[in-house]
Design a protein around this ligand. Structure first.
Ligand code: BGC
Length: 345
C-alpha cells in the first residue's frame, strides 16, 4: 500500500471519529529541497484582489524560507494548463492553483500527481479530481451576507424589484455565491416580497459584461427597480457605470464583494451600498503555510471537507465580514487593508 492510499484511509477513519480530515498530499516519502519551490498558477491578475493575493502569498512564502514561481493565464484554460505543465517541468515541490475553470483544471491536478506533486486549490475549487487540499473563504456565507443586506432593506410597500448579476459560470465560487443568495431570497420571492426583474451571468466576471446586463435590464424594464445584487465589486463597478449613465447611481442599492479600493470609495460616496471583506492577508498567509507543509510532505489536518464531485477534499474555510458606509473604518481600515485617506478622499 503506498503512502497516499494509506493517508486517505487514515483520513477517512479520522474524519468519521473526529470530523477532521488529513490532506492527501502529505506523508509521501520524497526528497524535498532545503529551500522548497512553490508554483503558483493564477487565472488572472486583472482584478485588484488577485495582485494582492500574489504579493502577500509570495512575501509569506519567502519569509518562511522558500521560493515561489508565479504564472498567470489571462482567463485562458489552455494557457493555464501550459503554465502548470511548465511549473511541473521546473520541479516545484507543491502547486497552488487558482483555476479559471474549476472543471478544466482537473487535468492539471492529474498531471501534477503523476509527477508526485501535491496540489492546493486556492479560493476556487478544482472539481472532478483527487485534489489534495482546498483553502477558501465561506463562499455560501458571502452570498448570504449580500442577500441579507437586501432582505434588511425591503420597501415597506410593495416588492423589492431586483436585478441579479452572477459571476463567471466557469468559477465554482460563482455558483456558491448564488446558492447563498438563494438561501435568503427564495423565501422572500415566494412570499412576494422580492421580484427578480432580470438576471444573468457575467462571463469571466468582467465589469463590461455586468454593464451590458444592467443596460439590457434597463432597456427591458426601464429604470424602475430598487437594487442590483452584483456578486463582486468588479461587476458592481460595471453595473454602477450603467446606473451613472442613466442618472440613477446612488438611488439603487448595489452589493459587491472583495472590498476593492474603488468599491470602498464608492461606498464612502454612497454609490455602492455594501461589499464583503475577505481578508486576503489571512488566505495568503494560510496558503503559504499549507503549501509549505505540502511541499515538505507534512501531514495536514483540516477541520472541513468539501465534495468536489469526485472526493471529499480536506478544506480550510476562512471567515468574512459585511462592509457598509457605517463600518468601513472598523473593518477594512482598522485591519490595514485600506488607508482611511484613500477611502475617504
Ligand atoms: C473570488 C472573488 C472574485 C471573483 C472574480 C471569485 O472566485 O472568490 O473574490 O471577485 O472570483 O475574480
Amino acid at each position: 500500500m503506498n503512502a497516499r492510499i494509506l493517508l486517505v484511509i487514515v483520513s477517512c477513519a479520522l474524519s468519521i471519529v473526529t470530523g477532521l480530515v488529513i490532506a492527501r498530499g502529505g506523508g509521501a516519502a520524497v526528497n524535498v529541497r532545503q529551500r522548497p519551490l512553490i508554483g503558483l498558477s493564477m487565472d488572472t491578475l486583472k482584478e485588484e484582489r488577485w495582485q494582492v493575493d500574489r504579493d502577500l502569498f509570495t512575501a509569506a512564502v519567502q519569509a518562511a524560507g522558500a521560493d515561489v514561481l508565479v504564472q498567470s493565464a489571462n482567463s485562458n484554460d489552455a494557457v493555464q494548463l501550459q503554465n502548470i505543465e511548465s511549473l511541473i517541468t521546473q520541479k516545484v515541490d507543491a502547486l497552488v492553483i487558482i483555476p479559471h475553470d474549476g472543471a478544466a483544471m482537473a487535468k492539471a491536478v492529474n498531471l501534477a500527481h503523476q509527477a508526485g506533486i501535491p496540489v492546493l486549490s486556492y479560493d476556487r475549487l478544482i472539481t472532478g479530481c483527487d485534489l489534495d487540499l482546498y483553502l477558501t473563504f465561506d463562499n455560501v456565507k458571502v452570498g448570504e451576507l449580500q442577500a441579507q443586506f437586501l432582505a434588511d432593506r425591503l420597501p415597506s410597500n410593495g416588492k423589492l424589484r431586483l436585478i441579479r448579476i452572477y459571476g463567471s459560470k466557469t468559477d465554482n465560487n460563482a455558483k456558491l455565491f448564488k446558492q447563498g443568495q438563494d438561501n435568503i431570497l427564495n423565501p422572500l420571492i415566494a412570499a412576494g416580497k422580492v421580484e427578480v426583474i432580470f438576471e444573468d451571468w457575467a462571463d469571466d466576471w468582467k465589469p463590461e459584461n455586468a454593464k451590458k446586463i444592467t443596460n439590457a435590464a434597463i432597456t427591458k424594464n426601464g429604470p424602475n427597480f430598487d437594487a442590483i445584487l452584483a456578486s463582486n465589486d468588479g461587476t458592481a463597478g460595471g453595473a454602477i457605470q450603467a446606473l451613472t449613465e442613466e442618472g440613477i447611481a446612488g438611488k439603487i442599492i448595489v452589493t459587491g464583494q472583495d472590498a476593492d479600493l474603488a468599491a470602498c470609495q464608492r461606498i464612502a460616496q454612497g454609490k455602492q451600498a455594501m461589499t464583503v471583506y475577505k481578508p486576503i492577508q489571512s488566505i495568503a498567509n494560510k496558503a503559504a503555510e499549507l503549501a509549505l507543509d505540502l511541499a515538505r510532505r507534512k501531514p495536514i489536518v483540516a477541520r472541513d471537507a468539501v465534495n468536489n464531485g469526485q472526493t471529499d477534499v480536506p478544506s480550510v474555510l476562512l471567515d468574512i465580514v459585511a462592509v457598509t458606509k457605517e463600518n468601513l473604518r472598523e473593518t477594512v481600515v482598522k485591519d490595514g487593508f485600506r488607508k482611511e485617506a484613500e477611502v475617504f478622499q
